[in-house]
Write a protein that binds this ligand. Structure first.
Ligand SMILES: NC(=O)c1ccc[n+]([C@@H]2O[C@H](COP(=O)([O-])OP(=O)(O)OC[C@H]3O[C@@H](n4cnc5c(N)ncnc54)[C@H](OP(=O)(O)O)[C@@H]3O)[C@@H](O)[C@H]2O)c1
Length: 267
């Protein structure tokens, strides 16, 4: 999902891009990473095991992609003198804070996926000091399965929709994140951890209502519910808001721009 929009954005800027899918490169293979990275100036790792609930019962397999795979790429980048961008997540934090998490806040994941992504952050920083770790959250884009696509599908039906209203976060459009990633590298911002989430904050329920409204449906059809009433295999942070210095556009603005370009196939 992110990778596709990232490639489009970079092409639009006139950058020379080599876009590798999983069938071109399995990042679990260290030798293949060395060969693939050779000759590159910048490598963005948008590959990951992203099945958060599935990782609870397959943490080893998720770790192999998210942590070992990222470490393989970081070692290859160091070998090739390339800058690396590792995409990380708000799920490295427990979500128990009452104000936005700064970049140096204590990392303490609640679930298996978060543990594998936290391990990746440390591995990438250790193996490739010329690297950016960009934590994003609640990502959606036209080229993947996302909350926005699900809600648009439900909105087109006749029913009311119950959505949890006790998790706060920052819905972030893949295109805005892609632009942010590029801007970090081009501006030669300091290496290390950066927060790449949309500005502002909302709940999943608030986000769903905004999607309904933006797509011309009645937002009152979205009813608030609690996480307790909809248990999932992996625990989710309740307060997943990152201090991002308002460097990305507001989440509602991103949503409206995204929907204006959303292809029918994305719904
Ligand atoms: N989605 C979110 O809400 C969210 C939130 C915070 C952070 N993130 C992070 O943002 C990044 C991009 O996520 P996304 O939502 O764009 O995920 P995505 O759509 O699931 O894309 C991940 C890609 O990684 C590929 N992949 C999996 N295992 C691989 C391997 N061993 N070698 C090479 N490629 C492999 C997948 O290929 P297959 O499809 O063939 O498996 C898929 O194309 C990830 O680092 C994710 O952790 C996402």
């Amino acid at each position: 999902m992110l990778g596709t929009d990232l490639v489009h954005e970079l092409h639009d800027w006139g950058d020379q891009v080599v876009a590798l899918t999983r069938s071109d490169l399995d990042i679990r293979d260290p030798d293949a990473c060395l060969a693939a990275v050779h000759g590159s100036d910048v490598v963005v790792n948008a590959a990951a095991w992203t099945d958060v609930d599935g990782a609870e019962t397959a943490e080893g397999a998720a770790f192999a992609v998210n942590a070992v795979g990222a470490a393989n790429l970081a070692r290859a980048c160091a070998d090739a003198s390339a800058v690396m961008v590792q995409v990380s997540t708000d799920y490295v934090f427990p979500g128990t804070a009452a104000s936005p998490y700064p970049v140096n806040a204590f990392v303490q994941p609640l679930n298996a996926y978060g543990r594998t992504k936290a391990a990746a952050e440390w591995a990438v920083r250790a193996e490739c000091p010329r690297s950016y770790v960009v934590r994003t959250a609640w990502l959606y884009g036209a080229h993947g399965r996302s909350f926005v696509a699900t809600i648009l599908r439900l909105a087109a039906g006749p029913d009311t929709v119950d959505v949890v209203d006790d998790q706060r976060g920052q819905p972030t459009w893949t295109v805005d994140l892609s632009r942010f990633v590029r801007s970090l590298v081009v501006a030669e911002e300091p290496f290390g951890v950066h927060h790449g989430t949309a500005s502002g904050q909302t709940t999943w329920c608030g986000f769903a209502r905004e999607i309904f409204a933006a797509a011309g449906f009645d937002p009152a059809r979205v009813r608030p519910t609690t996480s307790e009433r909809h248990p999932r295999p992996a625990a989710r942070p309740a307060y997943s808001v990152l201090d991002n210095g308002d460097r990305l556009p507001a989440w509602g603005d991103g949503l409206n721009r995204a929907l204006a370009t959303w292809p029918a196939s994305g719904i």
